[in-house]
Design a protein around this ligand. Structure first.
Ligand code: ADP
Ligand code: MG
Length: 224
């Protein structure tokens, strides 16, 4: 069974369809990239999958359960335990250090555990930056803190919205190595990107245009 099933998902703002009748299945362990011009509905789709927003019509089924049938507290639990979110804009809390920013994610999950947050930072190569504030970190380092935060609970599904958009080449490679490792570990990945090289790393690409899913490209078949 697919881990994620979108059926006829539409998100409308008045007359504008940010997303229109999108049907998509993502298998457990699959890596899917989402591409399309600016304004085509990529972030809208990610926010709906990430339980940050709800569709105007259609359904989203995650691991067999329709999100629309979940209570608010269940949705919160899914958002905190099943899904890891990585954004282009880092959304770090400016007055908290790196390790404290990672602990914020855990705080929602259970009891914040500094040692675990430090392990997560170690995984992204930032153990020695644990006590720096975001303003004292480079863009690449801030993105790695976000990744540590997203991965601390070992989510089944990682959603990334232009995760390498602001990064230099070296940091982009670090982030992509992370995605390769997550994929190898069986994590399901949905990654929005403008970069054809990044898009090409996935098993499959879907193309959005004016809110519609207009094309799918089977990267795995293209590589064979
Ligand atoms: P992308 O991420 O592909 O650039 P978005 O999903 O952010 O596109 O936006 C898709 C469309 O929906 C755009 O036309 C955008 O202006 C519109 N949109 C997104 N969010 C809102 C909102 N909260 N209110 C009104 N329009 C919105
Ligand atoms: Mg966007």
């Amino acid at each position: 069974m697919a881990l994620l099933q979108l059926s006829g998902v539409t998100k409308s703002y008045g007359d504008l369809h940010a997303l229109y009748d999108v049907t998509l299945n993502v298998q457990a362990g699959e890596w899917v990239s989402v591409v399309g011009p600016s304004g085509s509905g990529k972030s809208t789709m990610m926010n709906i999958i990430g339980c940050l927003d709800s569709p105007t019509a259609g359904s989203v089924v995650l691991d067999g359960t329709d999100l629309a049938t979940m209570s608010a507290s269940r949705l919160t639990a899914v958002r905190r335990q099943t899904i890891g979110l990585i954004f282009q804009k880092f959304h770090l809390v400016s007055h908290l250090t790196a390790v404290e920013n990672v602990m914020v994610a855990q705080y929602y999950h259970s009891v914040p555990e500094r040692a675990e947050a430090l392990v997560a930072l170690e995984r992204v190569g930032l153990r020695d930056r644990a006590h720096h504030l975001p303003s004292q970190l480079s863009g690449g380092e801030q993105q790695r803190v976000c990744i540590a935060r997203a991965l601390i609970n070992y989510p089944q599904l990682v959603l990334a919205d232009e995760p390498t958009g602001n990064l230099d080449e070296a940091n982009e490679q670090l982030v992509l190595d992370f995605f390769r490792q997550l994929h190898a570990d069986g994590t399901t990945l949905v990654v929005v990107t403008h970069d054809p090289v990044v898009a090409g790393l996935a098993d499959r690409q879907i193309v959005l245009d004016h809110g519609r899913l207009v094309r799918e490209i089977d990267n795995a078949a293209a590589r064979r």
